[in-house]
Design a protein around this ligand. Structure first.
Ligand code: ZN
Length: 311
């Protein structure tokens, strides 16, 4: 860096504290689910953006340079962890060179901290990764249990308070309000799903164990033989046999997967393919974290009712 640039840099950085006075905290979330929760918690004191869109596969996001620009200016980064973003977050974050949000910084929020994980393998991660599995530290789709959002909210809220201690009371109140709203919604959702406990369906990718465990339905098998591996014709033949045996008729699929295998199975069994939202923003109807469950659970209930009507 020459002297002139150095001078300009110093000038620029010394201007930030004044320029940023009373400004909103800038939050970058890797996924729209975390962005939605951060908006609930931060209210009008935060500006939130999500890198991935809800209709994109969170395992595989195109790391565009424009995201680095957003990260350079961020006060807080929220990410899923568990290797979910391993293919795209590290180069963006490291190129941002933003010490507020780099690994280990107070503004770097691994939302999975403290979340009770499902499907933690007892096989070494490297071995699973070598086999093409992309869920090597446990299932990373943990935001699909609304109860986990309370833990995610604690993680985010802690970072908000640390970034702006004078707004502590505001953030605490919003967190408590969010949790109360969530608790009421969870009771409503559990009531809705109660009649369908134990009902079996199949899914494309293993994105749903948290939803399944919370709301009591069963995913009997997957179109993917393992997470991240597309199905072979042989796997599909085996799956069709299984769903026929178990009289399963509902197949759930996320918008970013090839719908063909699901449609083939559905045609063979006289079933129904149900599009589910894996994240906020997957469909127009899913604008926030609460919509995510309203949309998915209502879709499931409708499918279960259809299934009863044809039996
Ligand atoms: Zn996955």
């Amino acid at each position: 860096m020459n002297h002139k640039n150095k001078y300009l840099t110093i000038l620029l950085f010394s201007a930030i504290p004044f320029g940023n006075l009373n400004a909103k905290l800038r939050i970058v979330a890797t996924l729209p689910n975390f962005a939605s929760i951060a908006k609930e918690l931060g209210g009008d004191k935060v500006d939130v953006m999500s890198i991935a869109k809800g209709y994109q596969d969170p395992h595989f996001v195109d790391p565009k340079p424009s995201f680095i620009v957003k990260m350079k200016k961020a006060d807080i980064l929220i990410w899923a962890g568990l290797d979910l973003e391993v293919g795209w977050l590290p180069p963006l974050l490291e190129n941002s060179r933003n010490s507020k949000i780099l690994w280990g910084a107070p503004g770097n929020v691994d939302a999975s901290k403290g979340v009770p994980l499902l499907e933690v393998p007892n096989i070494p991660a490297a071995q699973l990764r070598a086999g093409g599995d992309i869920h090597i530290y446990g299932n990373p789709h943990y935001w699909m249990d609304p109860n986990n959002a309370k833990i995610i909210a604690e993680n985010i809220s802690e970072a908000l308070i640390q970034a702006s201690p004078s707004d502590r009371d505001y953030f605490k109140k919003r967190k408590n309000d969010f949790i109360a709203k969530l608790d009421a919604a969870i009771i409503k959702w559990e009531e809705l799903m109660k009649p369908y406990a134990g009902r079996k369906i199949i899914a494309y990718h293993n994105s749903w164990p948290y939803l399944e465990t919370r709301f009591g339905f069963k995913i009997a098998d997957f179109i993917e033989p393992k997470p991240g591996i597309p199905p072979s014709p042989r796997h599909l033949v085996k799956l069709i046999k299984q769903v026929k045996n178990e009289e399963i008729r509902i197949i759930i699929i996320s918008p970013y997967f090839n719908a063909k295998p699901a449609n083939v199975i559905s045609d063979k069994i006289g079933g129904r393919v149900v599009k589910m939202a894996p994240s906020v923003g997957a469909f127009d109807e899913v604008q926030d974290y609460f919509d995510l469950f309203d949309y998915n659970l209502n879709n499931l209930v409708e499918a279960f009712k259809w299934e009863e009507s044809i039996n």
